[in-house]
Design a protein around this ligand. Structure first.
Ligand code: PEP
Length: 253
């Protein structure tokens, strides 16, 4: 059984000095945690973060990677480059990338494949918009996003995959989905992954993301199919992020 994963997505926040201060506080508070703590830093801060972590209790992740593996692609960063500077995780298909930077299902699938091939653990983000939620289309959207991302990956699906259920309407809005809604979505996701990869679904961690905070984390993380959280806003405050990590109960493992 995996430890639960609490991953922070710092997005395009902070500065070198501010992010190093934040990381130092997390490293100091990470010793007795029952979960795996991950920070996904902006690309330019990955190498300095890796040097600071230096074997400490925080794992490093990136927020995106290229759909290409190398060559004349100005501004792109490959999976191998991320692995080389010490990343173990990378977020793939975050709704902000899909919506603002036109990451299509095909691009997301290529990024996912590149991350897996480089030995990174991709955190594949899927989730429905408010309009889709209100139209009762959540399961259809999740099934389509999973099929598009996973069906073209080589069998057997690698051990590294992590999925994050992130309802778009809950991201950065303060409107978290209820634990019951999250559990139902996670159960559906596990079932769908099982249809695509019959032997893999039980061991794939499924994280919840969307306005997770110290106040709602324990109830969300207590759900049987919730294997951790992907945290945006609250990961920028060391006390809040560590409080979420501490909401993972040893009994839950
Ligand atoms: C996210 O951006 O992945 C996220 C979950 O953000 P927030 O926690 O701020 O809703």
């Amino acid at each position: 059984m995996h430890k639960k994963i609490i991953a922070g997505n710092w997005k395009m926040h902070g500065s070198l000095a501010a992010n190093e201060r934040l990381l130092d506080l997390l490293l100091a508070g990470s010793e007795d945690l029952a979960c795996t703590l991950v920070v996904c830093a902006p690309h330019v801060y990955l190498a300095p973060c890796a040097r600071r972590i230096n074997g400490g209790g925080v794992r490093l992740g990136a927020q995106d990677l290229s759909a290409r593996n190398g060559g004349a692609y100005t501004g792109e960063i490959s999976a191998a480059m991320l692995a080389e500077v010490g990343c173990q995780y990378v977020i793939v298909g975050h709704s902000e990338r899909r919506r603002l930077y036109q990451d299509s299902d095909e691009v997301v699938a290529r990024k996912l494949g590149n991350a897996l091939a480089a030995g990174l653990a991709p955190i594949l983000c899927i989730g429905e918009t408010m309009a889709e939620h209100q139209a009762g289309r959540t399961h259809a959207v999740l099934a389509a996003q999973l099929q598009a991302a996973l069906a073209s990956q080589p069998q057997p699906l690698s051990q590294q995959l992590v999925i994050a259920y992130e309802p778009v309407w809950a991201i950065g809005t303060g409107l978290s989905a209820t634990p019951e809604v999250v559990q139902a979505a996670h159960q559906f996701i596990r079932c769908e992954v099982g249809r695509i990869y019959p032997t893999a679904s039980a061991r794939i961690p499924i994280l919840y993301g969307g306005s997770m905070k110290p106040e709602n984390a324990a109830a969300l993380l207590a759900m049987p199919d919730v294997d951790g959280g992907l945290v945006g806003g609250a990961s920028l405050d060391a006390a809040d992020f560590l409080a979420i990590a501490r909401a993972v109960n040893l009994r839950d493992q």
